[in-house]
Design a protein around this ligand. Structure first.
Ligand SMILES: [Zn+2]
Length: 391
């Protein structure tokens, strides 16, 4: 099985929307679904029966009666570790088993050497997914064979959406052109969906914190830097899957540092965690990784703080263009640099300075709140959407 081919479910009351209303508690009965969707009771019933037969919905006891027969309550089956998720980073991967509501049942962080290449890295992570799903404590220490419904994978680089192939990633030697979906399909017997890590962070954050908002931009600032866009309530990927990839947008920087893409002055070369490590080393500060940089910033180190402010301004400059162009309701920043106060403060100031008043009047600027599981949560929702659409 290959990648999700973005099945359309834009019509009000599509199976995915029905499931989401139940999952979020907006609906507990067929009557609620009929009212919310505007669909006839018989159409809703038909769709609900299909979802129940696929194991995606269940009936849970009796609801409140308005006279006559008590309506049966609908629920999304929770507790089962049935969706596998991998959020791959430059040095670590978060791997999880989640239930059909997108709740994390089990998860752990593993060290990763991305330079070991895709076969070794993905092979090990898929094995870990199988272990987590198989050791679900809710299933008495072992989920039933075949319980796994799908695996979602986030990659820290550009992913061509139609094929699941990685295209010209920075800092991922040996991964260019690799067909993640085909490789994984040869190793697991369930659908595998692949997307870039910023898109999965956006999906996870939107579903958990902002599902009532239609237009949102999520910045992922870690070793690399990228963004994911929610438009009209849906993840916006564009024609090929590169929508939201702000890493090689040019910012004002003098001197303009060289970028891995061959240009100079890219956002990634100025404001990413990797760029901060490089810049500090060039100033003679012996720092080995992003953790070291964050520690220096937290300690109020003058050089590190100045670089963080410069990075925040650069992110703010690009984000101002995005906000003016797209007019989101919320901009949220996640990733390891999101807790870096000087970066956030200068990003916010630049954003207000450069945006149209109408665009920022009611704009929420926040940190992504969902923590380290936001990526695997997004990956799980991608799988759930795919399974529902296929059903
Ligand atoms: Zn570049």
């Amino acid at each position: 099985m290959t990648i999700d081919d973005a099945p359309r479910d834009a019509l009000r009351g599509g199976p995915r929307e029905l499931l989401r209303w139940v999952a979020t508690g907006a609906a507990v009965s067929r009557a609620d679904l009929s009212r919310l969707s505007g669909l006839s009771p018989s159409t809703v019933s038909q769709r609900v029966e299909a979802l129940i037969s696929q194991g995606l919905l269940e009936e849970a006891g009796a609801g409140r009666s308005r006279g006559g027969r008590r309506p049966r309550q609908l629920a999304v089956p929770t507790g089962g570790a049935v969706v596998g998720a991998i959020d791959l980073g430059a040095h670590h991967a978060r791997v999880g088993a989640l239930d059909l509501s997108g709740r994390v049942v089990q998860a752990r962080t593993l060290p990763v050497r991305i330079e070991d290449g895709p076969e070794a890295v993905l092979g090990a992570l898929l094995a870990e997914v199988a272990t987590l799903v198989g050791s679900d404590p809710a299933a008495g220490g072992g989920s039933a064979p075949g319980a796994l419904r799908g695996v979602g994978i986030g990659i820290p680089g550009p992913v061509q959406h139609s094929t699941g192939r990685i295209v010209s990633p920075s800092r991922m030697p040996g991964w260019n052109g690799f067909d993640v979906a085909a490789f994984c399909a040869g190793r697991v017997d369930v659908p595998v969906v692949v997307d870039n890590d910023a898109n999965l962070m956006a999906l996870g954050a939107h579903r958990t914190a902002h599902s009532e908002l239609d237009h949102a931009v999520y910045i992922k600032a870690g070793t690399g830097i990228g963004s994911g866009v929610i438009s009209s309530g849906r993840l916006h990927r564009g024609a090929q899957g590169s929508a939201g990839d702000i890493s090689h947008c040019r910012v004002v920087a003098d001197p303009a540092p060289p970028c891995t893409c061959g240009n100079a002055g890219c956002l990634e070369a100025v404001a990413s965690g990797a760029a901060l490590v490089t810049a500090l080393r060039e100033q003679g500060v012996p720092v080995s990784d992003l953790t070291g940089v964050i520690r220096l910033i937290d300690d109020g180190d003058r050089q590190a703080t100045a670089l963080a402010r410069q990075a925040g301004r650069a992110v703010g400059e690009i984000l101002a263009v995005v906000v003016n162009f797209f007019n989101p309701q919320v901009v949220a920043i996640g990733g390891r640099l999101a807790d870096c106060e000087p970066l956030l403060a200068s990003m916010r100031a630049t954003l207000y300075e450069r945006c149209l008043p109408l665009a920022t009047q009611t704009l929420l600027i926040e940190r992504v709140a969902a923590g380290q599981d936001v990526g695997i949560t997004g990956a799980a929702h991608l799988v759930i959407d795919h399974v529902v659409a296929a059903a």
